[in-house]
Design a protein around this ligand. Structure first.
Ligand SMILES: [Ca+2]
Ligand SMILES: [Zn+2]
Length: 481
Protein backbone atom coordinates (compact mmCIF):
# COMPACT_ATOMS: atom_id res chain seq x y z
CA UNK A 1 0.00 0.00 0.00
CA UNK A 2 1.70 3.17 -1.06
CA UNK A 3 -0.84 5.50 0.45
CA UNK A 4 -3.34 5.74 3.19
CA UNK A 5 -6.70 7.42 3.14
CA UNK A 6 -5.39 9.55 5.99
CA UNK A 7 -7.28 12.74 6.42
CA UNK A 8 -9.60 11.96 3.53
CA UNK A 9 -11.13 8.81 4.94
CA UNK A 10 -14.59 9.35 6.24
CA UNK A 11 -14.81 12.80 4.80
CA UNK A 12 -16.40 11.84 1.58
CA UNK A 13 -19.91 12.27 2.86
CA UNK A 14 -19.39 15.66 4.45
CA UNK A 15 -21.45 18.54 3.16
CA UNK A 16 -19.65 21.23 1.27
CA UNK A 17 -19.39 24.58 2.96
CA UNK A 18 -22.23 26.88 2.03
CA UNK A 19 -20.21 30.00 2.42
CA UNK A 20 -16.51 30.21 1.83
CA UNK A 21 -16.08 33.95 2.10
CA UNK A 22 -15.47 34.36 5.82
CA UNK A 23 -11.77 34.65 6.26
CA UNK A 24 -11.70 34.66 10.04
CA UNK A 25 -12.39 32.11 12.72
CA UNK A 26 -15.65 32.56 14.71
CA UNK A 27 -15.53 35.78 16.55
CA UNK A 28 -17.54 37.44 19.30
CA UNK A 29 -21.00 38.47 18.27
CA UNK A 30 -20.14 42.11 17.85
CA UNK A 31 -17.48 41.44 15.30
CA UNK A 32 -19.71 39.02 13.49
CA UNK A 33 -22.46 41.61 13.26
CA UNK A 34 -19.94 44.17 12.13
CA UNK A 35 -18.79 41.87 9.35
CA UNK A 36 -22.31 40.93 8.37
CA UNK A 37 -23.18 44.42 7.23
CA UNK A 38 -20.33 44.28 4.73
CA UNK A 39 -21.11 40.78 3.62
CA UNK A 40 -22.67 41.66 0.27
CA UNK A 41 -19.54 43.66 -0.53
CA UNK A 42 -16.78 41.32 0.51
CA UNK A 43 -18.43 37.98 -0.09
CA UNK A 44 -17.88 36.31 -3.45
CA UNK A 45 -21.08 34.29 -3.15
CA UNK A 46 -21.25 30.59 -2.60
CA UNK A 47 -19.39 27.81 -4.24
CA UNK A 48 -21.67 25.45 -6.06
CA UNK A 49 -21.04 21.87 -7.01
CA UNK A 50 -23.33 20.71 -9.76
CA UNK A 51 -23.12 17.06 -10.56
CA UNK A 52 -25.02 14.97 -13.04
CA UNK A 53 -25.10 11.38 -14.12
CA UNK A 54 -26.02 9.77 -17.39
CA UNK A 55 -26.99 6.25 -16.51
CA UNK A 56 -25.32 3.52 -18.52
CA UNK A 57 -28.04 3.34 -21.17
CA UNK A 58 -28.04 7.10 -21.69
CA UNK A 59 -24.26 7.62 -21.79
CA UNK A 60 -22.84 8.56 -25.18
CA UNK A 61 -19.35 9.32 -26.43
CA UNK A 62 -20.28 13.02 -26.38
CA UNK A 63 -20.56 13.32 -22.55
CA UNK A 64 -23.56 15.63 -22.78
CA UNK A 65 -25.36 16.77 -19.60
CA UNK A 66 -28.20 19.16 -18.88
CA UNK A 67 -26.46 21.49 -16.42
CA UNK A 68 -22.83 20.45 -16.52
CA UNK A 69 -21.02 21.86 -19.54
CA UNK A 70 -19.54 19.40 -22.05
CA UNK A 71 -15.84 18.53 -21.75
CA UNK A 72 -13.69 21.32 -23.18
CA UNK A 73 -10.68 21.62 -25.42
CA UNK A 74 -8.06 24.35 -25.20
CA UNK A 75 -9.01 25.19 -21.61
CA UNK A 76 -6.50 26.22 -18.95
CA UNK A 77 -6.06 22.62 -17.76
CA UNK A 78 -4.87 21.54 -21.17
CA UNK A 79 -1.82 23.79 -20.80
CA UNK A 80 -1.32 23.08 -17.08
CA UNK A 81 1.20 20.63 -15.73
CA UNK A 82 -0.25 17.76 -13.72
CA UNK A 83 1.75 16.16 -10.90
CA UNK A 84 0.99 13.02 -8.96
CA UNK A 85 1.59 14.28 -5.43
CA UNK A 86 0.47 11.18 -3.56
CA UNK A 87 -0.77 7.72 -4.53
CA UNK A 88 0.11 5.52 -7.48
CA UNK A 89 -1.31 5.39 -10.95
CA UNK A 90 -2.80 2.09 -12.11
CA UNK A 91 -0.65 0.91 -15.01
CA UNK A 92 -3.72 -0.54 -16.72
CA UNK A 93 -4.93 2.99 -17.16
CA UNK A 94 -3.55 6.00 -18.97
CA UNK A 95 -1.06 8.51 -17.62
CA UNK A 96 -2.02 11.90 -16.15
CA UNK A 97 -2.11 13.35 -19.68
CA UNK A 98 -5.44 11.55 -20.15
CA UNK A 99 -6.95 14.09 -17.75
CA UNK A 100 -6.20 17.07 -19.96
CA UNK A 101 -5.69 15.89 -23.51
CA UNK A 102 -9.11 17.07 -24.71
CA UNK A 103 -10.00 13.51 -25.63
CA UNK A 104 -12.64 11.22 -24.21
CA UNK A 105 -13.09 7.48 -23.89
CA UNK A 106 -15.39 5.95 -26.46
CA UNK A 107 -16.95 3.40 -24.17
CA UNK A 108 -17.65 2.79 -20.52
CA UNK A 109 -14.79 0.39 -19.94
CA UNK A 110 -11.77 1.83 -21.70
CA UNK A 111 -9.06 1.89 -19.02
CA UNK A 112 -6.33 3.26 -21.28
CA UNK A 113 -8.35 6.42 -22.01
CA UNK A 114 -8.74 7.29 -18.33
CA UNK A 115 -6.53 8.02 -15.36
CA UNK A 116 -7.18 6.07 -12.17
CA UNK A 117 -5.32 5.18 -9.02
CA UNK A 118 -3.90 1.72 -8.45
CA UNK A 119 -6.38 -1.03 -7.63
CA UNK A 120 -6.56 -1.69 -3.91
CA UNK A 121 -5.18 1.72 -2.97
CA UNK A 122 -7.12 4.49 -1.26
CA UNK A 123 -6.69 7.13 -3.96
CA UNK A 124 -4.26 10.01 -3.88
CA UNK A 125 -3.56 13.62 -4.69
CA UNK A 126 -3.04 15.34 -8.01
CA UNK A 127 -1.74 18.88 -8.32
CA UNK A 128 -2.28 21.19 -11.28
CA UNK A 129 0.07 24.07 -11.93
CA UNK A 130 -1.53 26.59 -14.26
CA UNK A 131 1.79 28.42 -14.74
CA UNK A 132 0.58 31.66 -13.18
CA UNK A 133 -2.30 32.81 -11.00
CA UNK A 134 -5.42 33.20 -13.10
CA UNK A 135 -9.04 33.99 -12.33
CA UNK A 136 -10.93 30.72 -12.57
CA UNK A 137 -14.57 30.54 -13.54
CA UNK A 138 -15.13 26.80 -13.34
CA UNK A 139 -13.47 23.50 -12.61
CA UNK A 140 -15.20 20.55 -14.29
CA UNK A 141 -14.45 16.85 -14.06
CA UNK A 142 -15.75 13.88 -16.03
CA UNK A 143 -15.73 10.14 -15.48
CA UNK A 144 -17.23 7.04 -17.08
CA UNK A 145 -17.56 3.42 -16.06
CA UNK A 146 -20.31 0.81 -16.03
CA UNK A 147 -19.88 -0.01 -12.34
CA UNK A 148 -18.39 1.22 -9.11
CA UNK A 149 -15.51 3.07 -10.82
CA UNK A 150 -17.88 5.70 -12.18
CA UNK A 151 -18.77 8.25 -9.49
CA UNK A 152 -16.41 10.94 -8.28
CA UNK A 153 -15.33 11.52 -4.70
CA UNK A 154 -12.78 14.26 -4.14
CA UNK A 155 -11.94 17.45 -2.32
CA UNK A 156 -10.66 20.36 -4.34
CA UNK A 157 -8.22 22.95 -3.02
CA UNK A 158 -6.85 26.07 -4.63
CA UNK A 159 -3.86 28.29 -3.97
CA UNK A 160 -2.11 31.24 -5.54
CA UNK A 161 1.12 29.92 -4.09
CA UNK A 162 1.78 33.15 -2.26
CA UNK A 163 0.97 32.28 1.35
CA UNK A 164 3.89 32.01 3.77
CA UNK A 165 4.80 28.35 4.32
CA UNK A 166 3.05 27.33 1.11
CA UNK A 167 3.65 23.69 0.18
CA UNK A 168 3.06 22.96 -3.49
CA UNK A 169 2.93 19.17 -3.05
CA UNK A 170 1.45 18.28 0.33
CA UNK A 171 1.14 14.53 0.85
CA UNK A 172 -1.90 12.98 2.45
CA UNK A 173 -0.58 13.27 5.97
CA UNK A 174 -0.69 17.06 5.61
CA UNK A 175 -3.90 19.04 5.67
CA UNK A 176 -3.54 21.42 2.73
CA UNK A 177 -5.34 24.14 4.65
CA UNK A 178 -2.38 24.30 7.01
CA UNK A 179 0.07 25.04 4.20
CA UNK A 180 -1.37 27.74 2.03
CA UNK A 181 -4.29 26.02 0.34
CA UNK A 182 -7.98 26.89 0.47
CA UNK A 183 -10.63 24.20 0.45
CA UNK A 184 -12.95 24.99 -2.46
CA UNK A 185 -15.33 22.07 -2.69
CA UNK A 186 -16.17 18.60 -1.50
CA UNK A 187 -17.45 16.42 -4.28
CA UNK A 188 -19.29 13.16 -3.79
CA UNK A 189 -21.50 12.08 -6.67
CA UNK A 190 -22.34 8.61 -5.38
CA UNK A 191 -26.09 8.09 -5.65
CA UNK A 192 -27.56 6.65 -2.49
CA UNK A 193 -28.94 3.14 -2.64
CA UNK A 194 -28.49 2.73 -6.39
CA UNK A 195 -25.95 1.08 -8.66
CA UNK A 196 -23.07 3.51 -9.21
CA UNK A 197 -22.41 2.97 -12.91
CA UNK A 198 -22.71 5.61 -15.59
CA UNK A 199 -21.14 8.77 -16.85
CA UNK A 200 -20.62 11.62 -14.41
CA UNK A 201 -20.03 15.30 -14.93
CA UNK A 202 -19.14 17.68 -12.11
CA UNK A 203 -19.00 21.45 -12.40
CA UNK A 204 -17.61 23.59 -9.58
CA UNK A 205 -18.32 27.31 -9.82
CA UNK A 206 -19.25 30.27 -7.67
CA UNK A 207 -22.69 31.85 -7.78
CA UNK A 208 -21.12 35.24 -7.16
CA UNK A 209 -18.71 35.21 -10.10
CA UNK A 210 -15.34 33.55 -10.25
CA UNK A 211 -14.10 30.75 -8.06
CA UNK A 212 -11.06 32.82 -7.23
CA UNK A 213 -7.59 33.52 -8.50
CA UNK A 214 -5.32 30.52 -8.30
CA UNK A 215 -2.13 29.21 -9.77
CA UNK A 216 -2.43 25.75 -8.21
CA UNK A 217 -5.27 23.30 -7.80
CA UNK A 218 -5.08 20.17 -5.68
CA UNK A 219 -7.43 17.22 -6.09
CA UNK A 220 -7.55 14.88 -3.12
CA UNK A 221 -9.24 11.86 -4.69
CA UNK A 222 -10.86 9.05 -2.70
CA UNK A 223 -11.99 5.67 -3.90
CA UNK A 224 -15.72 5.14 -4.30
CA UNK A 225 -15.82 1.96 -2.25
CA UNK A 226 -13.43 -0.33 -0.44
CA UNK A 227 -15.31 -3.61 -0.60
CA UNK A 228 -13.12 -4.81 -3.43
CA UNK A 229 -9.94 -3.34 -4.95
CA UNK A 230 -11.84 -1.72 -7.79
CA UNK A 231 -13.23 1.47 -6.33
CA UNK A 232 -10.89 3.74 -8.29
CA UNK A 233 -12.79 6.23 -10.41
CA UNK A 234 -12.04 6.23 -14.15
CA UNK A 235 -11.36 9.97 -14.58
CA UNK A 236 -11.70 10.90 -18.25
CA UNK A 237 -11.05 14.66 -18.27
CA UNK A 238 -10.54 17.62 -15.97
CA UNK A 239 -11.24 21.10 -17.31
CA UNK A 240 -10.28 24.45 -15.81
CA UNK A 241 -12.09 27.37 -17.40
CA UNK A 242 -10.51 30.76 -17.08
CA UNK A 243 -12.76 33.71 -16.24
CA UNK A 244 -13.99 35.43 -19.38
CA UNK A 245 -13.02 32.53 -21.63
CA UNK A 246 -15.38 30.53 -23.76
CA UNK A 247 -14.81 26.83 -23.69
CA UNK A 248 -14.61 24.86 -26.91
CA UNK A 249 -16.42 21.59 -26.46
CA UNK A 250 -14.38 18.52 -27.31
CA UNK A 251 -15.38 17.53 -30.82
CA UNK A 252 -16.67 14.02 -30.84
CA UNK A 253 -17.10 12.22 -34.08
CA UNK A 254 -20.38 10.51 -33.50
CA UNK A 255 -19.67 7.22 -35.22
CA UNK A 256 -22.51 6.19 -37.40
CA UNK A 257 -22.82 2.44 -37.40
CA UNK A 258 -21.90 0.94 -40.76
CA UNK A 259 -23.53 -2.40 -41.16
CA UNK A 260 -24.74 -4.45 -44.06
CA UNK A 261 -27.23 -7.21 -43.57
CA UNK A 262 -28.07 -10.02 -45.94
CA UNK A 263 -29.58 -13.46 -45.94
CA UNK A 264 -28.77 -16.87 -47.43
CA UNK A 265 -30.91 -19.84 -48.38
CA UNK A 266 -34.01 -17.74 -48.92
CA UNK A 267 -33.91 -16.07 -45.51
CA UNK A 268 -32.95 -19.10 -43.44
CA UNK A 269 -29.67 -17.50 -42.36
CA UNK A 270 -29.11 -13.86 -41.47
CA UNK A 271 -25.77 -12.12 -41.57
CA UNK A 272 -24.47 -8.73 -40.54
CA UNK A 273 -21.09 -7.32 -41.45
CA UNK A 274 -20.16 -4.42 -39.19
CA UNK A 275 -17.40 -2.13 -40.48
CA UNK A 276 -18.21 0.82 -38.20
CA UNK A 277 -14.66 0.80 -36.84
CA UNK A 278 -13.06 0.20 -40.25
CA UNK A 279 -15.11 2.21 -42.76
CA UNK A 280 -12.35 1.83 -45.33
CA UNK A 281 -13.09 -1.90 -45.48
CA UNK A 282 -16.80 -1.47 -46.14
CA UNK A 283 -16.56 -1.70 -49.91
CA UNK A 284 -14.26 -4.70 -49.82
CA UNK A 285 -16.52 -6.43 -47.30
CA UNK A 286 -19.52 -5.81 -49.51
CA UNK A 287 -17.94 -6.90 -52.79
CA UNK A 288 -15.55 -9.61 -51.69
CA UNK A 289 -16.50 -10.95 -48.29
CA UNK A 290 -20.25 -10.98 -48.45
CA UNK A 291 -20.51 -13.46 -51.38
CA UNK A 292 -18.12 -15.83 -49.60
CA UNK A 293 -20.16 -15.75 -46.39
CA UNK A 294 -23.42 -16.12 -48.25
CA UNK A 295 -22.21 -19.12 -50.24
CA UNK A 296 -20.06 -20.86 -47.67
CA UNK A 297 -22.00 -20.67 -44.42
CA UNK A 298 -24.77 -22.97 -45.74
CA UNK A 299 -22.10 -25.14 -47.39
CA UNK A 300 -20.23 -25.56 -44.12
CA UNK A 301 -23.44 -26.59 -42.39
CA UNK A 302 -24.01 -29.20 -45.10
CA UNK A 303 -20.40 -30.41 -44.86
CA UNK A 304 -20.61 -30.90 -41.11
CA UNK A 305 -23.96 -32.52 -40.42
CA UNK A 306 -25.00 -34.32 -37.26
CA UNK A 307 -28.20 -35.67 -35.87
CA UNK A 308 -30.55 -33.02 -34.52
CA UNK A 309 -28.06 -30.22 -35.19
CA UNK A 310 -29.60 -26.76 -35.18
CA UNK A 311 -27.08 -24.37 -36.71
CA UNK A 312 -27.01 -20.73 -35.69
CA UNK A 313 -29.26 -18.69 -37.92
CA UNK A 314 -27.72 -15.28 -37.08
CA UNK A 315 -24.05 -14.54 -37.60
CA UNK A 316 -22.36 -11.17 -37.19
CA UNK A 317 -18.93 -10.33 -38.56
CA UNK A 318 -17.39 -7.29 -36.94
CA UNK A 319 -14.17 -5.50 -37.73
CA UNK A 320 -12.22 -4.44 -34.68
CA UNK A 321 -9.08 -2.48 -33.86
CA UNK A 322 -8.35 -4.01 -30.46
CA UNK A 323 -7.31 -7.55 -31.33
CA UNK A 324 -3.56 -7.23 -30.98
CA UNK A 325 -1.81 -9.90 -33.07
CA UNK A 326 -4.84 -12.15 -33.56
CA UNK A 327 -6.02 -12.03 -37.20
CA UNK A 328 -9.53 -13.30 -36.52
CA UNK A 329 -11.54 -15.12 -33.89
CA UNK A 330 -14.99 -16.58 -33.38
CA UNK A 331 -17.27 -16.88 -30.38
CA UNK A 332 -20.97 -17.56 -30.23
CA UNK A 333 -22.52 -16.13 -33.35
CA UNK A 334 -19.73 -13.60 -33.83
CA UNK A 335 -16.70 -13.53 -36.05
CA UNK A 336 -14.17 -10.88 -35.06
CA UNK A 337 -11.91 -9.55 -37.78
CA UNK A 338 -8.72 -7.66 -36.96
CA UNK A 339 -9.03 -4.61 -39.23
CA UNK A 340 -5.29 -3.97 -39.35
CA UNK A 341 -4.46 -7.53 -40.35
CA UNK A 342 -7.24 -7.63 -42.95
CA UNK A 343 -5.99 -4.46 -44.64
CA UNK A 344 -2.74 -6.22 -45.39
CA UNK A 345 -4.35 -9.49 -46.48
CA UNK A 346 -7.27 -8.40 -48.67
CA UNK A 347 -5.82 -10.09 -51.74
CA UNK A 348 -4.33 -13.02 -49.84
CA UNK A 349 -5.63 -14.64 -46.70
CA UNK A 350 -8.51 -12.41 -45.60
CA UNK A 351 -11.41 -14.36 -47.09
CA UNK A 352 -10.01 -17.77 -46.22
CA UNK A 353 -9.55 -16.75 -42.60
CA UNK A 354 -13.24 -15.88 -42.43
CA UNK A 355 -14.14 -19.31 -43.83
CA UNK A 356 -12.00 -20.82 -41.05
CA UNK A 357 -13.82 -18.76 -38.41
CA UNK A 358 -17.23 -19.63 -39.88
CA UNK A 359 -16.33 -23.31 -39.41
CA UNK A 360 -15.85 -22.54 -35.71
CA UNK A 361 -19.35 -21.02 -35.64
CA UNK A 362 -20.71 -24.22 -37.24
CA UNK A 363 -18.66 -26.62 -35.10
CA UNK A 364 -20.56 -25.63 -31.98
CA UNK A 365 -18.80 -28.33 -29.96
CA UNK A 366 -20.20 -29.41 -26.64
CA UNK A 367 -18.33 -27.91 -23.73
CA UNK A 368 -18.10 -29.23 -20.23
CA UNK A 369 -19.76 -26.12 -18.89
CA UNK A 370 -23.04 -26.97 -20.60
CA UNK A 371 -22.54 -30.75 -20.50
CA UNK A 372 -20.40 -32.11 -17.66
CA UNK A 373 -20.26 -35.54 -19.31
CA UNK A 374 -18.83 -34.15 -22.58
CA UNK A 375 -15.43 -35.49 -23.60
CA UNK A 376 -12.75 -33.06 -24.72
CA UNK A 377 -12.11 -32.55 -28.42
CA UNK A 378 -8.35 -32.05 -28.75
CA UNK A 379 -7.35 -28.52 -29.73
CA UNK A 380 -5.39 -29.70 -32.75
CA UNK A 381 -8.62 -31.09 -34.23
CA UNK A 382 -10.70 -28.06 -33.24
CA UNK A 383 -8.28 -26.00 -35.39
CA UNK A 384 -7.37 -28.73 -37.91
CA UNK A 385 -10.93 -29.22 -39.16
CA UNK A 386 -11.51 -25.53 -40.09
CA UNK A 387 -8.15 -25.45 -41.84
CA UNK A 388 -8.90 -28.70 -43.69
CA UNK A 389 -12.14 -27.23 -45.03
CA UNK A 390 -10.50 -23.95 -45.81
CA UNK A 391 -7.40 -25.21 -47.62
CA UNK A 392 -8.80 -28.35 -49.31
CA UNK A 393 -12.42 -27.44 -50.03
CA UNK A 394 -12.62 -23.64 -50.13
CA UNK A 395 -9.31 -22.68 -51.73
CA UNK A 396 -7.48 -25.84 -52.89
CA UNK A 397 -5.85 -23.86 -55.71
CA UNK A 398 -3.75 -21.89 -53.20
CA UNK A 399 -2.11 -25.08 -51.90
CA UNK A 400 -1.79 -23.46 -48.52
CA UNK A 401 -1.43 -26.64 -46.47
CA UNK A 402 1.26 -28.51 -48.38
CA UNK A 403 3.93 -30.57 -46.69
CA UNK A 404 7.25 -29.58 -48.26
CA UNK A 405 10.90 -30.35 -47.66
CA UNK A 406 10.99 -27.24 -45.50
CA UNK A 407 8.30 -28.23 -42.98
CA UNK A 408 8.49 -32.02 -43.29
CA UNK A 409 10.86 -32.54 -40.37
CA UNK A 410 8.54 -30.80 -37.95
CA UNK A 411 5.32 -32.21 -39.40
CA UNK A 412 3.19 -34.18 -36.94
CA UNK A 413 -0.42 -35.23 -37.46
CA UNK A 414 -1.41 -33.30 -34.32
CA UNK A 415 0.51 -30.20 -35.34
CA UNK A 416 -2.84 -28.34 -35.60
CA UNK A 417 -3.99 -25.88 -38.27
CA UNK A 418 -2.49 -26.53 -41.73
CA UNK A 419 -0.43 -29.56 -40.77
CA UNK A 420 -3.43 -31.35 -39.30
CA UNK A 421 -5.45 -30.15 -42.30
CA UNK A 422 -3.00 -32.01 -44.54
CA UNK A 423 -3.27 -35.11 -42.35
CA UNK A 424 -7.08 -35.00 -42.40
CA UNK A 425 -7.03 -34.66 -46.18
CA UNK A 426 -4.74 -37.66 -46.44
CA UNK A 427 -6.94 -39.84 -44.17
CA UNK A 428 -9.98 -38.67 -46.16
CA UNK A 429 -8.48 -39.74 -49.49
CA UNK A 430 -6.69 -42.90 -48.28
CA UNK A 431 -9.08 -44.36 -45.72
CA UNK A 432 -12.44 -42.76 -45.04
CA UNK A 433 -14.05 -39.92 -47.01
CA UNK A 434 -16.32 -39.24 -44.04
CA UNK A 435 -13.65 -39.07 -41.32
CA UNK A 436 -14.03 -35.30 -40.77
CA UNK A 437 -17.82 -35.57 -40.57
CA UNK A 438 -17.56 -38.40 -38.06
CA UNK A 439 -15.07 -36.58 -35.81
CA UNK A 440 -17.12 -33.41 -35.98
CA UNK A 441 -20.42 -35.10 -35.18
CA UNK A 442 -18.86 -36.87 -32.21
CA UNK A 443 -17.35 -33.67 -30.85
CA UNK A 444 -20.61 -31.78 -31.25
CA UNK A 445 -22.37 -34.47 -29.20
CA UNK A 446 -19.61 -34.34 -26.58
CA UNK A 447 -18.58 -37.90 -27.47
CA UNK A 448 -15.20 -37.65 -29.17
CA UNK A 449 -12.97 -40.68 -28.39
CA UNK A 450 -9.65 -41.64 -29.88
CA UNK A 451 -11.08 -45.09 -30.77
CA UNK A 452 -13.14 -43.38 -33.47
CA UNK A 453 -10.05 -43.38 -35.67
CA UNK A 454 -9.62 -47.13 -35.39
CA UNK A 455 -13.31 -47.79 -35.91
CA UNK A 456 -13.28 -45.71 -39.10
CA UNK A 457 -9.94 -46.77 -40.59
CA UNK A 458 -8.77 -49.93 -38.78
CA UNK A 459 -5.74 -47.99 -37.49
CA UNK A 460 -5.02 -45.85 -34.47
CA UNK A 461 -4.47 -42.16 -34.98
CA UNK A 462 -0.79 -42.64 -34.08
CA UNK A 463 -0.41 -45.38 -36.70
CA UNK A 464 -2.13 -43.19 -39.24
CA UNK A 465 0.13 -40.31 -38.28
CA UNK A 466 3.28 -42.39 -38.88
CA UNK A 467 2.00 -43.70 -42.19
CA UNK A 468 1.09 -40.19 -43.30
CA UNK A 469 4.54 -38.95 -42.44
CA UNK A 470 6.22 -41.84 -44.35
CA UNK A 471 3.99 -41.04 -47.31
CA UNK A 472 5.37 -37.52 -47.44
CA UNK A 473 8.94 -38.63 -46.83
CA UNK A 474 8.73 -41.00 -49.83
CA UNK A 475 6.94 -38.42 -51.92
CA UNK A 476 9.67 -35.89 -51.20
CA UNK A 477 12.36 -38.57 -51.60
CA UNK A 478 13.68 -38.23 -48.11
CA UNK A 479 15.12 -41.51 -46.89
CA UNK A 480 12.92 -43.04 -44.18
CA UNK A 481 14.45 -43.51 -40.75
CA1 LIG B 1 -9.85 19.66 -21.39
ZN1 LIG C 1 -9.40 -21.24 -35.37
Amino acid sequence: MGTDAGNTAGRAHAEMPKDTCLLMKPHPLAIALFLLQFLPLVCRGAIQVVSERNENEAATVAFRFKNVPPPAKSDAAERASFTLVDGERDINGGDLIKLHDGRLPREEDQPAENFFFRAGSAGGRIQLDLGSAIAIKQVNSYSWHGGTRAPQVYWLYGSDGGAPGFQAEPKRGTDPETCGWKLLAKVDTRPKGEPLGGQYGVSISDSGGDLGTFRYLLFDISRTEGEDPFGQTFYSEIDVLEAGSTATPVAVEETKPITQSFVAEGGKYHFTIDTTLAPDLTEWADKELRPVVKEWYPKLIALLPSEGFMPRTNVTLRFREDMGGTPASAGGGFVNCNAGWFRGELKREARGSVVHELVHVVQNYAGRRSDPTATRMPGWLVEGIPDYIRWYLYEPQTKGAEITTRNLARAKYDGSYRVTANFLNWVTTQYDPLIVQKLNAAARAGKYREELWKEATGKTVQELGEEWKRFHEQRLAVPAK
